[in-house]
Design a binder for this molecule. Structure first.
Ligand code: FEO
Length: 402
């Protein structure tokens, strides 16, 4: 049975939420055993209704049914498309058809092209720019463009009289929270899922978080309620999710946290990396280990998420076919796209007959924003000499941090 929530969350403003327990890899990339929700919103007014976003096409029948339980679809006057990624716009074609194409779509000018490109549709469309307003049935909506959070056409809607912002991806998170609002669950347990969402989905554009938050502040938006398109809604402490997003965007570390990520075909790398972990613990750090080994593959999403609030990174890997171990090459390329911060980095590599991985990764890391403190290349087994070098590299890492 589909897990749907319908709730009036403010005067005549309704949440329509579906919990997606079946998607294993969001965007076909990010492992989400915790699930995800798609949150749409409906504002009912005496002059007609306004729909904000929708659900992934997988749930289109349920969306039509849920929406129809609140409003006659022909009474929907406007569909505000805040973001065109199909996890929100996938249900748009069916909804438009059921409004007999009478509903006016409201969105960023670029969305009109995306609606044509993704769905072959050309509905009645009202392009809006920053600060444009729409008044209907005594309710006023103000639109604010928030480009690259998460696509170029993304925007949010501000209801100034109510102090509410409907935000699309921004301020959202993975998982299926057991409550609707932040005062109904343990927020500390939810925030890691929001961090994982931010780093994986929005991470490539992380600099845009601070820019867009500053823009909202400049426009005088001081929300009492934040309604994102994924996960938890915020009314008790909306400033908490804003600050969390700012911190993840900047990579603000939790004191003592160090992410260790390594691949190890035959546990040679693992033995070397364990020395690094041991030295970190002796120095008072908390290493968080992610392993790519023969009985376990760490989730890339979890690796990226942990880097966002780590003080430093340790990577271990080996040479494979005179090159970098392929999984690690992919992981590092995603790290450089999504969570590239100016954080200290130690690289430990192991080789049999050619130290190719270390050389190539060193070149790559020196071009990145990461601060490559030291590289240690170990020939095969962990020797007392390489153990000393690894411990020294961690001591140098510590000097950078303390
Ligand atoms: Fe939730 Fe960028 O879509």
């Amino acid at each position: 049975m589909t897990d749907v929530t319908v709730q009036e969350i403010a005067d005549s403003l309704y949440l329509l939420k579906v919990a997606d327990h079946s998607t294993k890899y969001f965007e076909a990339m990010w492992s989400i055993p915790e699930g995800i929700t798609y949150n749409a919103y409906l504002l009912k007014t005496p002059a007609g209704a306004v729909l904000f976003d929708g659900w992934k096409h997988l749930f289109v029948e349920e969306f039509v049914e849920t929406l129809s339980s609140l409003v006659s679809l022909e009474d929907i006057k406007h569909i505000v498309v805040q973001h065109m990624e199909p996890d929100h716009s996938g249900s748009l074609p069916e909804i438009l058809a059921l409004t007999r194409n009478q509903a006016q779509v409201v969105g960023h000018p670029f969305s009109e092209r995306l609606i044509k490109g993704l769905y072959g549709l050309a509905p009645s469309f009202r392009p809006v720019k920053n600060g444009d307003t729409l008044t209907i049935g005594g309710r006023t909506l103000t639109f604010v463009q928030t480009p690259w959070l998460h696509w170029p056409e993304t925007m949010i809607t501000y209801l100034p009289a109510e102090g509410i912002i409907i935000t699309g991806d921004i301020f959202g998170g993975f998982s299926i929270p057991s409550g609707t609002f932040d005062d109904e669950i343990k927020v500390d347990n939810y925030l890691p899922f929001a961090r994982k969402y931010t780093t994986t989905v929005i991470g490539h554009y992380k600099e845009k978080i601070a820019q867009n938050v500053a823009k909202l502040q400049k426009l005088g938006v001081d929300p009492k309620m934040i309604l994102p398109a994924h996960g938890l809604l915020w009314r008790q402490a909306p400033e908490r999710i804003i600050q969390a997003y700012l911190d993840w965007g900047k990579g603000t570390p939790q004191p003592g946290k160090v992410t260790i990520v390594y691949s190890s075909m035959y546990r040679f790398v693992e033995r070397s990396v364990n020395v690094a972990a041991d030295e970190l613990k002796k120095l008072g750090y908390t290493p968080v280990m992610h392993r790519i080994v023969d009985d376990h593959h760490a989730s890339l999403a979890d690796i990226l998420s942990d880097i966002a609030d780590s003080e430093a990174i340790v990577m271990g890997t080996e040479t494979y076919e005179s090159d970098v171990f392929p999984y690690m090459e992919f992981i590092l390329s995603e790290m450089c796209k999504k969570v590239e911060y100016e954080k200290p980095f130690v690289l430990i590599t192991v080789f049999g007959w050619a130290a190719a991985a270390g050389k190539k990764l060193k070149e790559q890391l020196e071009k990145s924003k990461f601060n490559l403190v030291e590289t240690v290349a170990c020939k095969g087994m962990l020797t007392p000499e390489s153990e000393v070098k690894i411990r020294e590299s961690i001591a140098h890492l510590n000097e950078q941090l303390r």
